[in-house]
Design a protein. Structure first.
Length: 238
């Protein structure tokens, strides 16, 4: 039975070993992610993580990963006890899910599903509805982790460079995530999101599909744009 969804971003700066001088600046974001993850962990240890990448990826259940490609060999796993050699090419969303699990929910088991960036809104909604059927197929409590980043074009420091359109679109997304506005998320336009560096469109539209009706409650733990990238940490409950 589906219990709750948490919404988290994927920046490597979440990992203290990778943050360097930014480790202190990233503390509010890291603390918010921990609070959301611990809230989900109190409800269930059976999690599905949804992320997006340039290509869809099938993540094997006992896979491990490493942040070596981001500068430090911090290793993560999607479930306890995995002894496999880490996959150096694990998508960032799966790495993030593994790091959060290991840091905040050590006995949880994560089924990571990486979808393609170019799925349409209709495909995302359909996938979300099918995922909801899986989450609800018996009485075992299950949770959802949506790994999604906002625009990376919000100011001059942003990795995607500043785009004056980004602030308005990001504000609409943040409001929708704050209040559980499925319709606004499903209305996000793929080409506009791609041009503004909004990597989270697909996971957020899957989330909207999981929730066939508005959530009964929403919580926002964090909403800000350090380094010109929009990050949101929150929780939706059915």
């Amino acid at each position: 039975m589906f219990n709750a969804a948490i919404l988290v971003p994927s920046p490597p700066l979440l990992v203290p070993e990778l943050s360097g001088p930014a480790a202190v600046e990233a503390t509010p974001l890291r603390d918010a992610v921990a609070a959301a993850a611990e809230a989900l962990y109190a409800l269930t240890t059976d999690w599905v993580a949804i992320g997006a990448a340039s290509e869809a990826a099938d993540i094997e259940p006992d896979v491990r990963g490493t942040y070596r490609g981001y500068g430090v060999d911090v290793r993560v796993a999607l479930r306890p006890g995995s002894a496999r050699e880490p996959d150096p090419d694990l998508p960032l969303a799966a790495l993030t899910a593994g790091w959060i699990r290991g840091t905040c929910a050590p006995t949880a088991v994560v089924d990571a599903r990486i979808l393609a960036f170019d799925l349409s809104a209709e495909q995302c909604a359909e996938y979300g509805a099918e995922l909801r059927s899986y989450l609800d197929h018996d009485h075992k409590p299950r949770g959802l982790m949506i790994v999604a980043d906002g625009a990376n074009t919000l100011d001059a420091r942003a990795p995607g460079a500043f785009d004056p359109r980004a602030g308005g679109v990001q504000a609409r997304i943040e409001t929708a995530l704050d209040i559980g506005d499925r319709d606004t998320l499903l209305a996000l336009e793929p080409s506009e999101c791609a041009s503004l560096g909004i990597g989270g469109r697909v996971p957020w539209q899957v989330l909207a599909g999981v929730f066939g009706v508005p959530p009964s409650s929403c919580r926002t733990f964090y909403s800000a744009a350090p380094y010109g990238v929009g990050y949101h940490v929150g929780e939706w409950r059915p």
